[in-house]
Design a protein around this ligand. Structure first.
Ligand code: ASP
Length: 437
């Protein structure tokens, strides 16, 4: 284990030397995000609607390039997560260390989620976004089919019934459980299973190489995704729901730049500003794609190369976080509960608030890291305190932009936890973290 760590740190150093010479991918992604937003707004307001704009440009070029890029990233997720988790748990070897990392990570994820909901409930109670809202005046969208999400099933689904089904459906939690189990047993069986162990570690190398190749086209993907989104929604849709949106945004900002950074500093003494600066490209990527799952490869790479976080830790904590830790989503759900209760004039008791905190934490586990699922699991939270699920229709129209923002917060929470756990396990190369880009 100690040898592995030293090797990991040495690799970090040589890899990061090479990285320094390259033109920053982060800068390219940032430029793509800004120019994409400007292009989208220009298309929305200044380009006449017609065949060229709608069919050729927005639903043709931008859609194909943007979604093509998301598909490329999604293509990586299942094999990458599976192989890197098998290799990670195999390398950690003893179940004690793995258990320690696992328990710490899960506790951290649950606590930050509960904190996020409390923050959201607090902000929403102060701003009161739903007071004075005339429900009949708001344009509504159809409510997603939500009854299927039950709390017990959410927990039971962690155990795979058929791992091949889970792999082909991309169900992350069962995949994580099976991969961890496999890795631990490979370590235990040692030489007897060296062929299988080599197989996974070689596949892991291939997946890492593939991730790096695909990341090269990230700026094009980000540009197209953002340009398409803004060309479709412009700014008009937001006005009636501005107060609700501001509430969610304020709570997201407090969680991301306040709570996380304070926790990072308290537990690691690392510089939070440097952390945000280095992690920003991944946040922008999450913002443009609205999917935590697709950011897993980029997150692991960025934490490793720019912050010196050992892949042994991140290959376990990042996929787990992208699956069960959705602080941004919980914030939206907390604000939505208060908003809907106020809009329908239904008072919430103290015990109802406690129920919201508990169910939204579980809903966060059950929310898959793909676009808009947070709205579906919101129904579970609303039902738990007797609020009408029809209320979801009120906020659906403007959820697209909030989904982008909350996904960025979701994955930042995973990265902060990973950095903390990594530092505590002595698996973080501070030299890499401290180096200027
Ligand atoms: N889009 C979010 C994510 O991938 C999930 C959600 O809140 O809808 O993290």
């Amino acid at each position: 284990m100690a040898d592995e760590k030293i090797k990991d740190i040495k690799n970090d150093k040589s890899e990061t030397k090479k990285e320094k010479k390259k033109m920053g991918l982060s800068t390219k992604i940032f430029i793509a995000l800004i120019t994409g937003a400007i292009a989208g707004v220009l298309i929305h307001y200044f380009m006449p609607s017609g065949y060229f704009r709608n069919t050729v440009l927005v639903n043709g070029i931008l859609y194909v390039l943007g979604n093509g890029f998301i598909r490329l990233m999604q293509m990586l997720v299942v094999p990458l997560v599976f192989c890197s988790l098998v290799c990670g748990s195999m390398a950690i070897g003893d179940t004690k260390t793995l258990g320690k990392v696992g328990v710490k990570t899960i506790i951290f994820y649950l606590v930050t989620t509960a904190l996020a909901i409390c923050l959201a409930l607090g902000v929403a109670s102060i701003i009161s976004p739903g007071i004075g809202m005339d429900v009949s005046n708001v344009e509504t969208s159809p409510v997603p089919d939500a009854e299927k999400v039950s709390m017990v099933d959410t927990l039971l689904n962690i155990i795979p019934v058929n791992i091949f089904n889970s792999l082909s459906n991309g169900d992350m939690l069962p995949i994580i459980v099976f991969a961890l189990f496999t890795g631990v047993l490979l370590a235990k069986l040692g030489n007897n299973t060296s062929t299988v162990a080599n197989f996974f570690s070689q596949w892991n190398d291939i997946m890492m190489e593939m991730t790096m190749s695909i990341m090269k086209v990230a700026p094009i993907g980000v540009f197209c995704l953002i340009a398409k989104t803004f060309s479709l929604i412009g700014f008009d849709a937001f006005l009636p729901m501005l107060k609700y949106m501001l509430c969610v945004m304020l709570a997201l900002a407090l969680q991301c730049f306040g709570v996380y950074q304070i926790l990072l500093f308290i537990f690691t003494r690392l510089n939070p500003i440097r952390f945000i600066k280095k992690f920003f490209p991944v946040m922008m990527f999450a913002f443009s794609t609205s999917t935590s799952n697709a950011t897993i490869p980029m997150s692991i790479e960025t934490l490793h190369k720019k912050m010196g976080v050992s892949k042994q830790i991140s290959s376990f904590t990042i996929p787990l976080g992208a699956t069960i830790n959705m602080d941004g989503t919980s914030i939206m759900q907390g604000v939505a509960v208060i908003f809907i209760a106020q809009a329908y004039n239904i008072p919430l008791s103290a015990s109802a608030i406690c129920t919201v905190i508990a169910t939204a934490t579980i809903a966060s586990i059950g929310t898959a890291g793909v676009p808009s699922v947070g709205l579906v699991t919101l129904s579970m939270v609303l039902t738990s305190v007797g609020l009408p699920t029809e209320g979801i229709a009120l906020i659906m129209g403007i959820d697209r932009i909030l989904d982008m923002l909350r996904t960025a917060v979701n994955i930042t929470g995973d990265a902060v936890c990973t950095t903390i756990v990594s530092k505590q396990q002595g698996a973080l190369n501070k030299e890499v973290f401290d180096r200027n880009e």
